[in-house]
Design a protein around this ligand. Sequence first.
Ligand code: GTP
Length: 294
Amino acid sequence: MGTMRFADRIRNLFGIKSAASEELFEDLADLLVEGDFGAAEAFKTVDALQDICRKNKITDRDKIREALADLLKGMLIKKDPPVFGSNELGVILLLGVNGVGKTTSAAKLANLYRSSAGRRPLLAAADTFRAAAIDQLKIHGERLGVRVVAHKHGGDPAAVVYDALEAAVSGAGDLIIADTAGRMHTKSALVEELKKIDRIVESKSGNSRYLKWLVLDATTGRNALAQAEIFHEAVSLDGVILTKYDSSARGGIAFSLSADLRLPVLFVCDGEQYENIAPFDPHRYVREFLGAEQ
Ligand SMILES: Nc1nc2c(ncn2[C@@H]2O[C@H](COP(=O)(O)OP(=O)(O)OP(=O)(O)O)[C@@H](O)[C@H]2O)c(=O)[nH]1
């Protein structure tokens, strides 16, 4: 992405004092591609922007930027995070490759839903492939005072979720947040395992509200979209959590997730602390993407 932050470059592009030219739109298309847009989508967006500018006789760069902001906002699927009913059991399966921040996000969600919605979360350590993942979730559980349902390393992850469901039904909690494996011996083994967990939760969750969220590292660019495609195809996702949004290397993956996969971003995480999670705010996301000052 070069040495200059993407947001700074976008800001520079619109900061030039001359009137808009064909070149501005060409540079913008290039920048959008660097900001995690697919090439086709970047050109489509810039074409639409040029149309709007022509129709409305907009030539001022500030006004073009405003039109772009509206266009980008319109691309994003807006979906509020779920509010669970008072007698409703929620089951959230967190998916994603290793290192994206799944375990941390599970802990953040447990903390958030407990403090803001009065839920009684249960963490389920369904990444049994990596011993450290189980330990890490247990540490979060101890720190937060949240019960962690775990089996031994190498155990059956579907059985862990099953146990968490039994525990919840017998009164131990009303929101299961399950951490799953991000890596196995092969990609197909991982996909098969996730499908199996999905089948079991689907069949055992009865009247509960079962949701599948993918955790994506906002700094991994188009690679994040490739991950989303694989997981979405395997288990049909309900939404995305974007992590590491505090990094300057973040791009605009939410646009492609909306445009290509019709997947909403539900939460954005911007740090390692439990409080560093917030519902996705399209307005703010677009502002920051376009290099607005914080
Ligand atoms: N800066 C920043 N760091 C984060 C964020 N979320 C998670 N991390 C860090 O990213 C690293 C990986 O997070 P984990 O939660 O262990 O990731 P995981 O996806 O569970 O990965 P595995 O346990 O390896 O499967 C940790 O050092 C986290 O503290 C975030 O929003 N911002």
